[in-house]
Write a protein that binds this ligand. Structure first.
Ligand code: BGP
Length: 468
């Protein structure tokens, strides 16, 4: 019998664009997704889960099911419709109301400032490749820190810089995406890390009493053949791209010689180079000891082998198992081992990878202070039959990850909470509405919420404080 520590957060995660709906109403400014999705014509960001109108119901469900923490993000363009300048008072008020309801229900809000939804005006000008977006982000952060100082104790600056970098500049599946531009991917990562550091430094220098950190999306990168130097090097390329470059910046405030040499080599593959502006490294260095925690999103790990061919990138956005390809010139090729199960979207189910990553962080960046697992969960084609959803595979997935999580805690890691992705079914960026993750089923026609079997199971874990 394994017990979670006192005060552990049994959370549910959401993100503004994926749950709120009301994408172009109540004074909200546009984001790039609005037109992009409309042009593609497969699905839209409306109605999502209609959280904008139903957050009261969702928080009531949290209270009833022992979910004592919720990840929400603030939609930047609800506050500043143009990204900067005029404020939309209705948007500001909305989040005050959400946070007040959280308090009433005893659900701690963990609030992210940016979850893939840069205001369109800034996105169109280059998103975070343009340093003007960095400046605008810091001003938006300044506004939120002051406005919600009494409402919010736990802040995160960004959700998953890696996802932005890969989807916009490597896989090219997000609005106006490019493919295989490793130089742009690294530049995006660096610039967003500077924005993070500036926001953290601002928060601490203003003397606010809460806590702040960042959410990274991490995957362990194993070489296919652990005895092959070429495979080890390929796995390291991906590791630097996704994990190490960002974690160095976060906790060392500097890039290690290894990360820099991989980054420079890979930028050169795309014909570019990494630009570090004067003052950037000072900001990073100053913020490195000021992070209060790391948010870690973990879904899967990867097996990589050496690869000499041209770029071959195919993203499985439809749930047709076995259609993914990720072979990147200069980096490596992802291979799916036969003995590792995968979801219909080719996501490898490998709970031990979470343990390996947590333990690596405790050893390589021992100043991490604390970790929250800010997302973990399973996308599944849930079916509502006779009013119930029996999502056994999701329960197994969460149980196994919680088990490895507890093993990491027993080995000395300081993990303070775990948020299931997702609290309720939501809109999925590349997959729309048939890839469901929620503890609560959402009927997207009516907005009705129905607790799945996993919600009852998770409530039991929370009530007993242990995994059985
Ligand atoms: C994470 C994102 C979430 C969510 C999740 C599931 O990377 O932070 O926003 O979307 O992945 O991804 P997907 O919906 O693509 O299956």
């Amino acid at each position: 019998m394994k017990r979670f520590p006192e005060g552990f957060i049994y959370g549910g995660a959401t993100a503004a664009y994926q749950c709120e709906g009301e994408t172009l109403t109540h004074g909200k400014g546009k984001v790039a997704w609005d037109d992009f999705l409309a042009e593609k014509g497969r699905f839209l960001g409306d109605p999502a889960s209609d959280f904008y109108n139903r957050y009261g119901e969702d928080l009531e469900l949290c209270e009833r099911f022992g979910i004592n923490g919720i990840r929400v993000s603030i939609a930047w363009s609800r506050i500043f419709p143009e990204g900067a300048g005029a404020v939309n008072p209705e948007g500001v008020e909305f989040y005050h109301n959400v946070f007040a309801e959280c308090r009433r229900r005893g659900v701690e809000p963990f609030v992210t400032l940016h979850h893939f939804d840069t205001p369109a005006a800034l996105y169109d000008d280059g998103d975070f490749l343009n340093r003007a977006t960095v400046d605008a982000f810091v001003e938006y952060a300044r506004f939120c820190f002051a406005e919600y100082a009494d409402d919010v104790t736990y802040w995160f600056t960004f959700n998953e810089i890696w996802a932005v970098a890969t989807n916009q500049y490597i896989e090219g599946v997000w609005p106006r995406g490019h493919q295989a531009r490793l130089d742009l991917a690294f530049q995006c990562e660096h610039n967003m890390m500077v924005a993070h550091a500036r926001a953290v430094n601002l928060y601490k220098e203003m003397g606010y009493g809460g806590k702040i950190g960042i959410v990274h999306s991490l995957e362990y990168k194993y070489p296919v053949d652990p005895d092959s130097f070429a495979d080890i090097a390929a796995a390291k390329n991906e590791d630097v791209l996704q994990n190490q470059f960002l974690l160095d910046a976060t906790f060392d405030g500097a890039y290690s010689a290894e990360s820099l040499s991989v980054a420079e080599r890979l930028c050169a593959v795309s014909g570019g180079s990494l630009v570090i502006e004067p003052g950037d490294m000072d900001e990073l260095a100053c913020a490195a000891e000021r992070n209060d925690y790391l948010g870690m999103n973990y879904y899967q790990s990867r097996w990589i082998r050496a690869y000499d061919g041209p770029d071959v990138l195919h993203f499985n956005g439809t749930g047709e198992k076995g259609t993914s390809r990720f072979c990147l010139a200069g980096v490596g090729e992802r291979v799916e081992p036969d003995d590792v199960p995968r979801t219909d979207w080719d996501w490898l189910i490998y709970p031990k990878g979470m343990y390996d990553l947590i333990m690596r962080i405790t050893m390589q960046w021992p100043n991490y202070k604390a970790i929250y697992i800010t997302e973990n969960g399973m996308g599944y084609k849930d079916e509502l039959r006779d009013g119930v959803v029996m999502d056994g595979p999701r329960i197994d997935y969460i149980r196994e990850h919680l088990d490895w999580n507890l093993r990491a805690q027993e080995a000395g890691a300081n993990v303070l909470g775990y948020f299931v992705w997702s609290l309720m079914d939501m809109f999925s960026w590349n997959n729309g509405y048939n890839k469901r993750y929620g503890l609560f089923y959402v009927d997207f026609e009516t907005g009705e919420r129905i607790p799945k079997a996993s919600a009852y199971w998770f409530a039991g874990i929370s009530a007993r404080g242990q995994l059985d």
